[in-house]
Design a binder for this molecule. Structure first.
Ligand code: ADP
Ligand code: MG
Length: 853
């Protein structure tokens, strides 16, 4: 691609001389060409580079051009943190937006979506492309507008939920998305790997019935009586629980039941859920309690996921355990995994600082290739070897000591923890030792300030405790982030009256002048809005605010330069990991916080033999060996052997987790085919007025089915066949079955046509009759009834499959591959669903009193 990059740069040189007007004309010309030929790509990239340089002052580096070319081909690029992935995205995104079919740029949180939309949006608008931003609070109208833009910024979960909501809309006007075209996912590993373990579920709320609640309480009480190992076994690695033969017997005895799988009154799930809630799900690790509700914490990102619930009754079991209100029990209306969702895009691409270690999974499941790009400046971060302590306490003591050392020097330190609980434990420790710190975890009071805390984690004397990857996508700048600082100072100066007075005496008089001018020109709401959007709103601001900003900026930048130099001299940011995570990728993510853009930096992990990773996956051998050899519990061990076994443990977990995700994917894949089919039908129904045809087709199917059945029992007596028909077609058979017609005639194929004809005629008559009362009435009610029937049985099907999925390993007896069995069951259940939809629809439409009146 060297040649292409060379050509882009040559082309770009030609553009420097051109006026803005000329560039815009060029953009319009390029837009008209339909094909993505190399020549056009070169011209377009050159144009984007020039316009970006003019509007936001950033000119793509060579590696960024290379990244753009690769993304356009639908690849994943790995570029380290701070290398400017956001700017890279402008190239492929704008190029693919030229067709007008829409490009989705997916980010992991709303802050980033908003930031990138404002920031890069300026480049797009100069290129003549429209952009939109989807927020969870956006109205239907806003969403439609944003999805109809050339480029749409959206978070992964909102994007998928919109898809699921669209697929259960009752009206075209309620739908927000267009057919998919090109998608770019920022921090792609976070979305496609870390979050891929829980499917996204759109649920309908149903008030929990008292019986259900009683059952849950009973299940909890009984679960409490069961003994570990005797009655059940814990599989901590897989977060799973198995009943033993004895446990199964015990349960049957206690419940007085012959089986726990009785479809009318199943117990197995509730019991297993109660056990899981008790033994495997921990407060402040897997979930937190917020406003008397159980809220899930994502185990990788440490984020809370307020709109999600564990499915299949698990959430309710945890609610019972914690004695909080039981949320309305949910029925899954629709669900999809990220894996299956993102493969809906004709072209998918992504970027991340850490993708290489999961290369295989990207290839196997998404068919995406990972390409690592070099950094612009060489990496000079020092990664120190792990310190391994025998006890957790010794580890924490030393974490404290190291933090203290850094703090006393003024070197900023970022301490990564794996759970909220540990971050808070450490915070207590720091309080006691009188080290000022900032803490960042999934607790909502911290989240709102997330990006700000992270952005200032590079200041001198900053001590920051953060859970995994909190603030992902936010840059840690040594000496603090000047843009945030300016904004903060402006806010204080203009909005905070108390500091205003203090400042006034120090500030130059022209600042006070500008401030007075601002208050003359701005209303408070307008001012807050403009301040919030700084620095991206700068060219749209009134000149008074702009001038004040510039004045503050001068000051802040001058100070920042000094600070930046000082922090560099101190060795840059110190990143301290307090645990090796379940995957090397997350370790890398944490490490990558230091040493951005050629900055100095240090990283080191402090681990202990009591860490979960070693406890669960490392085995006891290492422990014994170490205890035997090294008596001093507080001294760290640096040993290659230990580091190796740590790495092995990580690899084991990675493999486990990969299997788990693959498993989820494989199961969901089976439903995926059906989901696509159903959603397609649904869309067709909404888009075109085909209810009439569908109704007729369904009626014909019913007749066909009956014929097929009657052929099977041919030779047997007429009575049986007639009875069968009666049972099968539950509606009034007189409509198309006259008295003298007997089943003997039925057996003839051509007779079918006659029955069809009668169906058609009777349908027309019914239409005419209904029109007589109110024109178009039947037509419009049919649409709604049909959709609700469809959704009702689809929901039932999904629930049925969920139950089968949870219990499949119990139902299959050894030899059978559960996946194969699941597949068979899924097929059966889907078929049943269609039969039910059909019968129900015929019943409604023929027997419905409205039609008969
Ligand atoms: P990443 O997402 O790769 O971690 P960002 O996109 O957040 O990195 O960019 C990090 C910083 O690098 C930003 O402050 C941005 O202004 C700067 N940057 C990116 N590209 C360039 C460029 N071509 N020239 C100068 N600065 C750049
Ligand atoms: Mg980024």
């Amino acid at each position: 691609m060297k040649k292409l990059i060379y050509e882009i740069k040559e082309e770009s040189k030609k553009l420097v001389e051109k006026t803005d007007q000329e560039l815009q004309e060029l953009s319009a010309i390029l837009k008209k060409k339909a094909e993505h030929t190399d020549k056009r790509i070169v011209k377009w990239f050159a144009l984007v580079q020039e316009i970006s340089s003019r509007t936001i002052g950033l000119k793509h580096f060579d590696t960024q051009l290379l990244g753009g070319l690769l993304l356009h081909q639908g690849k994943i690029i790995e570029m380290k943190t701070g290398e400017g992935k956001t700017l890279v995205s402008t190239l492929p995104v704008s190029l693919n937006a030229l067709t007008g079919k829409g490009v989705h740029v997916v980010t992991v949180n709303e802050y980033l979506a908003e930031r990138d939309h404002k920031w890069m949006g300026k480049v797009y608008s100069k290129l003549g492309l429209t952009t939109g931003l989807i927020k969870s609070q956006s109205s239907l109208n806003e969403k439609q507008k944003s999805y109809n833009s050339d480029i749409t910024y959206v978070t992964n979960s909102e994007l998928v939920f919109d898809y699921l909501r669209d697929s259960s809309a009752y009206n075209l006007k309620e739908m927000v998305q267009r057919p998919f075209n090109f998608c770019l996912i920022d921090e792609i590993d976070s979305v496609l790997i870390d979050e891929a373990r829980t499917p996204l579920i759109l649920s309908t709320n149903a008030e929990a019935k008292p019986e259900t609640k009683n059952k849950l309480y009973l299940a909890k009480a009984i679960a409490n009586l069961l003994k570990r190992d005797a009655h059940f076994q814990l599989d901590e690695k897989r977060k799973d629980i198995h009943l033993t033969e004895n446990g199964y017997k015990e349960l049957k005895k206690r419940l007085g039941k012959k089986t726990l799988y009785d479809p009318e009154d199943p117990w197995i799930l509730d019991i297993l859920n109660a056990l899981k809630a008790k033994y495997l799900f921990k407060i402040n690790k897997d979930y937190i309690i917020l406003k008397n509700k159980i809220v899930i914490v994502d185990e990788f990102t440490g984020r809370i996921m307020e709109d999600r619930r564990w499915s299949m009754g698990l959430h309710e079991s945890v609610e019972i355990k914690e004695k909080v209100d039981i949320g309305s029990s949910t029925k899954t209306k629709s669900s999809i995994t990220y894996q299956n969702f993102f493969t809906l895009y004709p072209t998918l691409s992504g970027m991340s600082g850490t993708a290489k270690t999961t290369e295989k999974e990207f290839k196997d499941i998404y068919n995406l290739e990972v390409i690592v790009l070099p950094t612009v400046k060489p990496l000079i971060r020092i990664d120190l070897p792990d310190y391994i302590y025998q006890t957790e306490l010794a580890k924490w003591k030393n974490v404290l000591l190291q933090s203290k050392t850094c703090f006393e020097k003024g070197q900023p330190i970022l301490i990564g923890t794996s759970t909220i609980e540990k971050s808070e434990f450490l915070a207590e420790f720091f309080k006691f030792a009188k080290i000022p710190y900032k803490i960042l975890n999934a607790k909502p009071e911290n989240v709102t300030r997330e990006s700000e805390i992270i952005a200032q984690a590079g200041e001198r004397y900053a001590v920051t405790i953060a859970t995994n990857m909190a603030g992902r996508g936010t840059d840690i700048i040594l000496g603090g982030n000047p843009k945030f600082r300016i904004k903060q100072k402006l806010r204080e100066f203009l909005l905070d009256n108390t500091t205003n007075i203090q400042y006034s005496s120090q500030m130059q008089s022209d600042n006070i002048e500008y401030s007075a001018q601002i208050w003359r020109e701005y209303s408070l709401a307008m001012l807050i809005n403009d301040l919030d959007n700084l620095p991206y709103s700068l060219d749209k601001c009134k000149s008074s605010l702009k001038n004040l900003y510039k004045n503050f900026a001068k000051n802040v930048y001058a100070k920042w330069e000094e600070e930046n130099k000082l922090v560099k001299e101190l060795g840059g940011l110190f990143v301290l990991g307090t645990e090796r995570h379940e995957t090397r990728r997350i370790d890398n993510q944490l490490q990558g916080r230091a040493g951005r853009q050629g900055d100095p930096g240090v990283s080191q992990f402090f681990v202990s033999l009591e860490d979960d990773l070693i406890k669960v996956f490392g085995g006891d051998n290492i422990r014994k060996w170490v205890e035997y050899l090294i008596p001093d519990k507080d001294a760290p061990i640096e040993s290659n052997l230990l580091t190796k076994s740590l790495e092995n443990a990580q690899k084991k977990v990675e493999l486990y987790n990969y299997d788990l995700r693959k498993n989820i994917f494989q199961y969901d894949d089976i439903l995926n085919v059906q989901r696509k089919q159903l959603f397609k039908i649904r869309k067709e129904l909404l888009r075109e007025n085909i209810y009439e045809q569908l109704f007729l087709r369904f009626s014909e199917y019913a007749v066909d089915d009956f014929f097929a059945k009657s052929l099977l029992i041919s030779n047997s007596n007429v009575y049986v066949i007639e009875k069968e028909f009666d049972n099968y077609i539950t509606y009034d058979k007189n409509i198309f079955l006259t008295q003298e017609r007997t089943s003997k005639i039925f057996l003839q194929e051509k007779e079918k046509i006659n029955v069809y004809k009668e169906l058609w005629i009777s349908n027309d008559l019914r239409q005419a009759k209904s029109n007589f009362y109110q024109l178009g009435f039947l037509k419009s009610t049919r649409a709604i009834i049909l959709l609700s029937i469809l959704d009702f049985y689809w929901t039932e099907h999904i629930e049925r499959m969920g139950y089968i999925r949870e219990t499949i390993s119990w139902r299959s007896y050894g030899q059978q591959n559960p996946l194969v069995e699941y597949n068979t069951e899924a097929f059966k259940s889907f078929k049943l669903m269609f039969e039910q939809i059909r019968s129900c629809m015929l019943y409604y439409f023929i027997k419905n009193p409205i039609n008969y009146s």
